[in-house]
Each structure stands twice: as C-alpha cells, then as structure tokens.
Ligand binder design. Structure first.
Ligand SMILES: NC(=O)c1ccc[n+]([C@@H]2O[C@H](COP(=O)([O-])OP(=O)(O)OC[C@H]3O[C@@H](n4cnc5c(N)ncnc54)[C@H](OP(=O)(O)O)[C@@H]3O)[C@@H](O)[C@H]2O)c1
Length: 313
C-alpha cells in the first residue's frame, strides 16, 4: 500500500519538528514525511533529509510554493510563526494562504495549529485589558482563532496548543536571580493554573490525530501535558535545579510594562488564561492529550531532561 504523505510546515521548528520526528520514528510504515522549509540547505533541513524526509522549499507568503508542497499529500500540518514578524495581518494572510493551497491541492486531512480568539470572551469594548494594535486583545491568539474560518471543516482538525515549557529555555522565561541571588520565576497568574506542554509533544499529538484519520476531521483538540500554578512550577524547578526558586507573581498590568517586544501581548495572554482558568484548562483535557500521544511528558519529566539547558541569568 502506498504510504500516506504528510507535508509538514515548520518542520525545522518546534511544533513541526516534533511531528517530523514522530513520523520518521514510526515503525508502522504507514506515513512518509515531506518537510517544508525556506532553507533547504540549512542544518535542520539537512538533518531531516538524512533521516529520510523529502525536503522541499516553500514560503508561507507564496501560495503557489505552498500548493507545490501540498500536491500529492494526504495530510498537511499547518502552523504560522507570529513571533518572527509580530504582525497579525501577516499571520492572517499566511494562514489564508495555507488554507487556500491545501484546498487547491485537495489535501484530505489538514491540521491547523490554532489558539482561542480571546475577543470571544473579552470583546474590544471590555476595559479589563488594553486593546492592542487597534483590533486585538491577545494578537497572537486572536488571529489564529479568526483564521479557523479559512479552513474547510470537512478536511481539517483544529489543534489548540498550550504554553511550551521550552519557553524557559528559548523565550527568556526561565527563573532569574534577584540582587541577593534568589531565583524567581515570573508568572503573572496569581494562584491560577497554566496549561503547559513540552513543545515536541505538540507534534506527537498531531501525529496521533493523523493516525486517527477521518474520525478526527471537523473536530477541535486542545492539548496540554499538565496544568500547574506558578507556585507548583517554581517548586518543580527548585527540585530539578536543586536550588530554591520562588514564584514571582506580578499583576498583568505590570507585566505589560516589562518592555520586551510582545510584553503587552503576553501580559494580556496571561490575564486571559488566569481569568478564564476554568474554560482554558477545562478545554485542555490531559487524558485526551495522552490518548493522542502516550509519551506525553509531565513538567517534572520535561525538567529531568531539560533543566540543565535553562539559562539562569
Ligand atoms: N511558545 C509558545 O509557548 C507557543 C505556544 C502555543 C503556540 N505557539 C505558536 O507557535 C508558533 C510558532 O511555532 P513553532 O514554535 O513551532 O516555531 P519555531 O520553532 O519558532 O520555528 C518556526 C518554523 O516556522 C517556519 N516558518 C516561519 N516562517 C515561514 C515562512 N514564511 N515560510 C515557511 N516556513 C516558515 C520555519 O521554517 P524555516 O525557518 O526553516 O523556513 C520554522 O520551521 C507561533 O505562531 C506561536 O504563536 C507558541
């Protein structure tokens, strides 16, 4: 039987990279990988090719290139990278390009990596948090949620992801020392729980969705590895680092003023997750996530493998 070809957007990145590894590691022989990148000669792309992937060049800004990447594929994993440009308009166009190209190529099973549109619960008129860029409350969430409508439900599974614990390594969100050397982990969510996940587990869950096949079409899956408060995360960090880490709680309004690019977007995001904890955590069922990916990691398991990589200064 011919293998089912899966085209993976973002194959050199966190989400698509996890899916690519899962496809390449699968022993069933049911699937083959076409990895998409703008840099086929880059180290990550070469490593994928060596591991058995077909590597193709395409750009989210170029529908024709996406259509070539999708032609002949059974499945497509679609993800956009807001943080590369921080433009909701650009992210909207890229999502539309993905939807149009996958339709034109008649891909049977698309997974769209999405998030909630926060404006459904916090309309722009709601003053609890500032409106950003005129049209958004949490720009990197809102446009992804809005873009759900571009995708044809009959051929799409909508995958709502969670905060990557890897942000502690790559996004400057790890514990930092105060002037006395005491490590503090900043999470502006009071005693509310943050659903988190090992980034590579997102791709593994996506692979579980492709394996489910037609039964997953038209459905939403929201995934997480664990729901933890800032205090619980600090405790787990203390154990893994063998150094005391305190949870530093600040109001979202203070977090928004931290001054790094995207601080206002993330301040609104944490406020949204805290104020709608029941809905946001409730949607991210751990048992469902584990049923898609039996290797789903807890925070402690992720820390056991990764704590040494978290920069502490
Ligand atoms: N950090 C979090 O906690 C978190 C949680 C949930 C959702 N997210 C969302 O995750 C998304 C990013 O995904 P990620 O973390 O997997 O990305 P990543 O690790 O930063 O890598 C970005 C990937 O996207 C590809 N890419 C970017 N622009 C492209 C373009 N114009 N054409 C073709 N490929 C392009 C890159 O490919 P090449 O460079 O090889 O071309 C690369 O593979 C963001 O939109 C973010 O909002 C993040």
């Amino acid at each position: 039987m011919a293998k089912k070809l899966i085209t993976v957007i973002g194959a050199t990145g966190a989400q698509g990279g996890g899916l690519s590894k899962a496809i390449l590691a699968d022993q069933s022989g049911e699937f083959a990988l076409r990895a998409v990148t703008r840099k086929p000669d880059g180290d990550a792309a070469r490593a994928l090719a060596r591991a058995g992937a077909e590597v193709v060049s395409a750009d989210l800004d170029d529908v024709a290139s996406l259509q070539r990447a999708f032609d002949g594929a059974h499945g497509a994993f679609c993800v956009t990278n807001f943080w590369e440009h921080m433009s909701p308009e650009k992210e909207r166009t890229q999502a539309r390009n993905l939807a149009e190209a996958s339709k034109a190529s008649r891909v049977e099973h698309v997974i769209w990596s999405t998030l909630e549109d926060s404006r459904e619960r916090v309309p722009l008129t709601d003053q609890r948090m500032p409106t950003l860029l005129e049209h958004y409350k949490v720009p990197h969430f809102d446009v992804k949620g809005e873009a759900d409508a571009f995708f044809d439900r009959a051929h799409t599974t909508f995958l709502r992801t969670s905060f990557y614990w890897d942000n502690l390594i790559y996004f400057g969100m790890g514990p930092k020392p105060d002037e006395k050397g005491q490590l503090g982990f900043v999470l502006p969510m009071g005693d509310k729980k943050l659903p988190g996940i090992a980034a590579e587990d997102i791709g593994k869950c996506a692979f579980g969705i492709f394996k489910r096949g037609a039964a997953a079409l038209g459905k939403y899956f929201a995934i997480a590895g664990e729901h933890l408060t800032g205090a619980q995360m600090a405790q787990a960090l203390s154990r893994a680092l063998e150094r005391s880490v305190a949870h530093v709680d600040v109001p979202p309004a203070v977090y928004r003023t931290f001054g790094f690019p995207g601080a206002d977007d993330l301040g609104n995001m944490f406020q949204y997750k805290a104020e709608f904890e029941a809905e946001f955590c409730g949607a991210r069922d751990l048992a469902v996530s584990r049923s898609l990916n039996p290797q789903l990691q807890t925070f402690a398991q992720w820390l056991a493998a990764n704590a040494a990589r978290i920069p502490l200064s």
